[in-house]
Write a protein of this length. Structure first.
Length: 494
């Protein structure tokens, strides 16, 4: 049996900000840990309200444009999260980008503040506290959230005991400001940008705060700018239900291989039988919530369907299928919560969460109420230092949105709301396919051509475009699939 891949996955009112002025050119050197890129650090204010106060370092990487004669600038990259490091992003994009894109841009990666090598934060979580079904909080099998409340209260306390001097400043707006510091340090007048999942929101915030420093902006698998962040999480219930139908149809067509049901309805029934079985009696650490989370993660890409089906088979036999889990790091958890809790306030009354979880699990039973559950933000000791950035249509017409129709993490409604918020600045390209990740991480020639043509030549479609399904499905060993898998590692656990 192949090991199962747990897909990790893959936040001020909008006012213009004074752009950063150029500083001394950075000193480039080989990256650490054998990463085949050039690296440097850029010093930025911890608190932009105090530009001469405490500084933190942002780690930056570079892969130079392949053809200096046709180079047009830098393409800043973000993998999503929030909480995912991005220093290796130039290597990942280099594997799947067409040559003309690599000729045109220096590919620039960076670890966002609080992650990787950029002054990382920690909540000093125990191995048990780093459990993905707690970080992304699933309630008890019956919907009770008492354990989730206790966990959220405790880890919020730990976060501020260990990183309380920095966490209030780990926000999307400050990360966008860091991006402009990177732009200035590299001596560029403008930056182009490609970011997916959380990175789509980060890019939207950047181009809202710095419209005149924004060149060509591609936002993939688009976050809903309304309801940051609790409202975004609550979109997951409906999104998983819709995307699950793709897996159910796939499994039903292969019932002779996997024995999970001859119809999509039968496959769905098998899911509830297996989660109930594990709720009552876990198998070697695989609980009902682990299976729920693993299945949700497997919906990120069609090529993961076989390994999900094999795990279900093992559970049916009373066995634990081998799971390869991408460990949640201290920095990931701390930054995830820092962004989620620092961008906007959350309700403080735990009774509201309990009521919404019970309602949510009835409407969207596949996720058992998880999208409405309590987070550490309920007990976060500090208030947001500024309101969430309001995405607006003020700025040049230079934003391309790319979005799958059936995305379990960032559903289509979010892309449509982002398109509305950006107005005439943006055009939306939708793809008739499921999964999380559209441009460059799937084999949809229509989407990939539109995205590349925009980045290389500046050709933004005259109107929104709908692309059909890809000509073929990716295998698990395809380069695009491998890049997508690595991106999931730094998006959401479960």
């Amino acid at each position: 049996m192949r090991p199962l891949i747990l897909a990790l996955g893959a936040l001020i009112v909008g006012t213009l900000v004074t752009p950063t002025t150029a500083s001394a050119a950075p000193a480039w050197a080989p990256c650490p840990d054998g990463l085949a890129l050039e690296c440097t650090t850029v010093s930025v204010p911890l608190d932009y309200r105090k530009p001469n106060g405490t500084k933190i370092d942002i780690a930056v990487s570079r892969k130079k444009a392949a053809d200096p004669a046709t180079r047009r600038g830098i393409l800043l990259l973000n993998p999503g999260g929030p909480g995912g490091p991005g220093l290796d992003m130039p290597l990942l994009v280099d594997q799947v980008a067409p040559q003309r894109l690599k000729d045109a841009y220096d590919l620039i990666g960076f670890d966002p503040r609080g992650t990787g090598r950029s002054t990382p934060n920690t909540c000093a979580l125990t191995p048990e506290q780093l459990d993905g079904s707690k970080v992304i909080p699933y309630p008890a099998a019956n919907g009770d959230i008492s354990e989730s409340v206790a966990y959220a209260r405790q880890v919020a306390k730990q976060c501020f005991e260990h990183s309380g001097d920095r966490l209030p400043y780990v926000t999307t707006a400050n990360t966008a400001r860091d991006m402009d510091q990177i732009r200035a340090a590299l001596g560029e007048k403008k930056i182009s940008y490609f970011g997916g999942s959380y990175g789509s929101y980060l890019g939207a915030v950047y181009t809202t705060l710095f419209p005149q420093q924004s060149d060509r902006i591609v936002l993939d698998s688009v976050v809903d700018p309304r309801g940051i962040w609790r409202g975004v999480w609550q979109n997951w219930g409906a999104a998983v239900e819709e995307r699950f139908e793709d897996f159910a149809k796939w499994a039903a067509e292969r019932d002779s291989t996997y024995g999970l049901g001859a119809t999509p309805r039968a496959v769905r029934a098998t899911y509830f039988e297996l989660t109930a079985k594990l709720d009552a009696q876990p198998i070697e650490g695989i609980t009902g919530n682990v299976l729920r989370g693993v299945t949700r993660g497997g919906l990120y890409a069609d090529q993961v369907f076989p390994t999900i089906a094999e795990l279900w088979q093992a559970v049916k036999r009373g066995e634990a299928g081998p799971i390869v889990n991408f460990p949640i790091t201290q920095g990931f958890a701390a930054t995830l919560w820092g962004i989620a809790c620092g961008d906007a306030s959350w309700p403080r009354h735990t009774g509201l969460y309990q009521w919404q979880v019970l309602a949510d699990r009835k409407k969207y039973p596949l996720t058992n109420g998880m999208p409405s559950n309590v987070w550490p933000c309920t007990f976060w000791p500090s208030k947001p230092i500024e309101p969430a950035v309001r995405i607006t249509d003020r700025g040049p017409r230079n934003v391309l949105l790319t979005q799958n129709l059936r995305d379990p993490a960032t559903p289509l409604v979010g892309a449509r709301n982002m398109r509305t918020a950006l107005g005439d600045r943006a055009k939306l390209v939708t793809a008739d396919q499921g999964g999380h990740g559209t441009y460059l991480t799937t084999d949809n020639a229509c989407v990939n051509e539109i995205g590349t043509e925009f980045l290389v030549n500046g050709t933004l479609p005259a109107k929104d475009v709908h692309c059909g399904p890809p000509a073929r499905s990716l295998s698990a060993t395809d380069a695009r699939a491998e890049v997508a898998r690595k991106l999931w590692q730094r998006q959401f656990p479960f």
